[in-house]
Ligand binder design. Structure first.
Ligand SMILES: Cc1ncc(COP(=O)(O)O)c(C=O)c1O
Length: 371
């Protein structure tokens, strides 16, 4: 009798939804009865609870992770004529926001093991126009914040952590989002802390920045109908905040489950031609994605695909080489570590409810395909 394997999803949130549905709907009913649907009690409570969990003084929620980064830059006074040094190996939103505030992104190279920005490369890119550094804790791996903060303080720069993919990651006993001047998180459904729609939040311990963020997310208003500056309509919905409060309570357990899946993959890849993701030296990886490196990545990905196994080749082209940045003049070879990662990296599914057997089937298929 032949055994038919069940399909492997890249992400399956259905079990989690079933588990949370009753609690979330009870919270929605409560919200409905309060009649306060914008910046109401759930948003306020969630901001306080998340700030405490992250270990920052404050948290200001907003409409999505992109806005969290853009509002951070605006609140820090980054604008036309300024440069912001960031990673080319990330989702486009990271550098897009630099352009959206009128500044110019400057791309530094990354480190080969963990895919985060290389502090030595950042240092080499500093000019008199540099206003901020925006490290990305990519895939859930914290960036080298000690070195980056030291460079920033030497040159009087702000540090905006792009923590969109890394809720729950930590370094030296502190969670990401509490390590720079501000941290921007995304609650896009695929993220480690995801809601059922769009959402984002900025963490900071700077009270002046908080004052500015609160105005900017609400049309630049300092009081009802009093507008101090050009702002945005960028607010987190009450019902999403209600869900996020519930999910935050089980976040640490969820991250532990992600780490267990990742550890199983790493165990299986030991001794093969697959390079498992490195772990932070003095901290914890949140494993929003489990990203390996391998020779012949595209062929192996094809084999996975033929076997009904999902993967993602993020990121296939460094941001510095994207059409949108052709005027910046970067060419292949300028950021060689990023260029190489773009051809070798493959992200594999990892989520709290993932069956270990699925990770084992994926790992076995990759090892066999590599030969
Ligand atoms: C690294 C990174 N930065 C920023 C963002 C933007 O977040 P959002 O999709 O919530 O706007 C994302 C999410 O896709 C991301 O992965």
């Amino acid at each position: 009798m032949s055994v038919v394997n069940d399909p492997i999803p890249f992400l399956d949130l259905s079990g989690e939804y079933n588990e949370l549905e009753a609690e979330w709907f009870a919270a929605i009913h409560e919200t409905g009865k309060t009649g306060r649907y914008i910046l109401g009690p759930n948003v306020q409570a969630f901001e306080e609870e998340l700030a405490e969990h992250v270990g920052s003084e404050y948290a200001v929620s907003c409409a999505n992770g992109t806005d969290a980064l853009m509002l951070s830059l605006r609140a820090l006074g980054v604008g036309p004529g300024d440069e912001v040094i960031t990673s080319p190996y990330t989702f486009y939103a990271t550098s897009e926001v630099i352009n959206l505030v009128g500044a110019t992104p400057v791309f530094a190279d990354i480190l080969p093991g963990c895919f985060t920005i290389d502090p030595a490369s950042v240092k080499a890119k500093i000019t008199s126009k540099t206003k901020a550094i925006m490290p990305v804790h990519i895939f859930g791996h914290p960036a080298r914040m000690d070195e980056l903060n030291a460079i920033a303080s030497e040159h009087g720069l702000a540090v905006v952590e792009d923590a969109a993919q890394s809720y729950g990651a930590d370094l030296n006993g502190k969670r990401v989002g509490s390590l720079g001047t501000t941290g921007g998180f995304s609650f896009y459904p695929t993220k480690v802390l995801g809601c059922y729609g769009d959402g984002g939040i900025i963490t900071t311990s700077d009270a002046t920045v908080v004052e500015s963020l609160k105005k900017l997310r609400n049309h630049g208003a300092s009081a009802p109908f009093m507008h101090d500056e050009v702002g945005y309509n960028s607010r987190l919905d009450e019902v999403q905040a209600a869900l996020l409060r519930i999910k935050l309570r089980k976040l640490d357990a969820d991250v532990a489950k992600r780490r267990a899946v990742a550890a199983r993959y790493t165990e299986l890849f030991a001794g093969s031609a697959v390079t498992a993701p490195s772990l932070p030296e003095n901290g914890g990886h949140a494993f929003n994605l489990y990203t390996v490196r391998m020779p012949d990545r595209d062929r192996v990905r094809g084999v996975l695909n033929d076997n009904g196994m999902p993967s993602s080749h993020c990121y296939p082209l460094g941001l510095h080489l994207q059409e949108v940045y052709k005027d910046l003049g970067y060419k292949v070879g300028d950021l060689p570590v990023c260029d190489k990662a773009s051809t070798e990296a493959l992200s594999l599914p990892v989520y709290p409810a993932m069956k270990m057997e699925h990770a084992e089937r994926i790992a076995a298929t990759i090892i066999e395909a590599i030969g």
